[in-house]
Design a protein around this ligand. Structure first.
Ligand SMILES: [Mn+2]
Length: 356
């Protein structure tokens, strides 16, 4: 078990590499999608985006992240004594028609294959993705955590339809004709995932990259009139069983799993780490389940994180664990303080378990 730290694109700088290392991280997970492009200042950029009509704002320009760019970032990461464990998420502009079964699907799949080959060449072992049409929607924000710390949560589900030109809660085509995504069935979306995995997994295997699936956030059967894939724990098994490739793995999000209405998070953690199918873990705590939950500090939610870590140890889990997101603490650096608190808690637990 290794302690990691997640960095957003605007945090790829010396200050944040040092901060991650100072918090005890040995590995980093990097988001290259700019979810915060619409944010006006750094304080907005530190909060988890909630998103209105335009979701998290505009997606990228469809360009791949090239090898030079990745190696330049990697050199910086290495220089700060860290290892680049994973990239998290494709930009919607790279694969909207793969998600939507649109006319550019095959062309975009070929480009995703190129992207995975580039990631493999850069020596980054994991690529996390979230196969979702609505993406992270229905979020609210408020003083939900201990001491009135600001965090995100859910209070009922957004059932407004997704406008055309938008997928995964970002706008990929601001000039799309007016309208909404057509309604499709759950089985149709599973078919699209199957096709994506069957095409991409052989390439990932060859490139030495594990693809790792995040469950639905929030884990509701339907969000914004679009079906979801992994909104109960057993659906993760269905995803794994779609293709037996060793490159078919999970980006195991404890918070999302705890929000699911079925299953026991400890048994579920045991089930998937025992199969050695967890590429890395998002760790955050919550109170409640969909459609009403709140994110809280790592030590005050429904989950006993120490008990989870004991299961990881029992199953000899060797991947990275990162805090997913945390409540913002009342001080001049709310995001940093929240992350440092979570990191300290995880580090202490990990050190203690290593000695047992
Ligand atoms: Mn997560």
């Amino acid at each position: 078990m290794k302690l990691g730290f997640g960095l957003y694109r605007h945090m790829l700088n010396e200050q944040h590499y040092k901060f991650a290392r100072q918090c005890g991280a040995t590995h980093v997970v990097v988001h290259l999608v700019d979810y915060f492009g619409h944010a006006k200042n750094m304080s907005d950029k530190s909060n988890q985006p909630v998103g209105g009509n335009q979701g998290w704002g505009h997606a990228g320009d469809g360009q791949l992240w090239n090898l030079e760019e990745l190696l330049a970032i990697k050199t910086e990461i290495d220089a700060h004594g860290l290892k680049w464990e994973a990239i998290e998420n494709f930009d919607p502009s790279m694969w909207y028609d793969v998600l939507l079964d649109g006319p550019k699907k095959h062309e975009q799949l070929e480009r995703l294959k190129d992207q995975i080959r580039i990631v493999g060449n850069a020596g980054i072992p994991v690529f996390g993705y979230n196969f979702s049409l609505a993406g992270v929607a229905s979020r609210i924000s408020g003083p939900f955590a201990r001491g009135g710390a600001t965090s995100v949560g859910m209070d009922g589900c957004d059932d407004s339809p997704v406008p055309t030109g938008m997928v995964w809660n970002m706008v990929y085509d601001p000039d799309a004709p007016e309208g909404y995504l057509p309604r499709i069935s759950h089985e149709e979306l599973w078919d699209r995932l199957q096709y994506f995995l069957d095409e991409l997994l052989p390439v990932a295997e060859e490139a030495g990259v594990k693809l790792a699936a995040h469950p639905d956030d929030p884990p509701m059967p339907v969000v914004r009139q679009t079906p979801r894939l992994v909104y109960q724990p057993h659906m993760y098994q269905r995803l794994l069983d779609l293709n037996p490739s060793p490159a078919n793995n999970l980006e195991f999000c404890l918070g999302s799993i705890s929000e699911m209405t079925d299953g026991d998070v400890y048994e579920v953690t045991d089930q998937y780490t025992r199969q050695d199918k967890v590429a890395y873990i998002h760790c955050r705590n919550v109170v409640g389940k969909v459609p009403n939950y709140k994110e809280v500090f790592i030590d005050e939610g429904d989950m006993d994180i120490i008990r989870i870590m004991k299961i990881l140890k029992k199953n000899k889990y060797s991947g990275v664990l990162i805090p997913d997101h945390t409540p913002q603490m009342s001080c001049d650096a709310p995001w940093h303080a929240g992350m440092a608190f979570a990191m300290g808690y995880l580090k202490a637990a990990m050190d203690h378990l290593a000695q047992e």
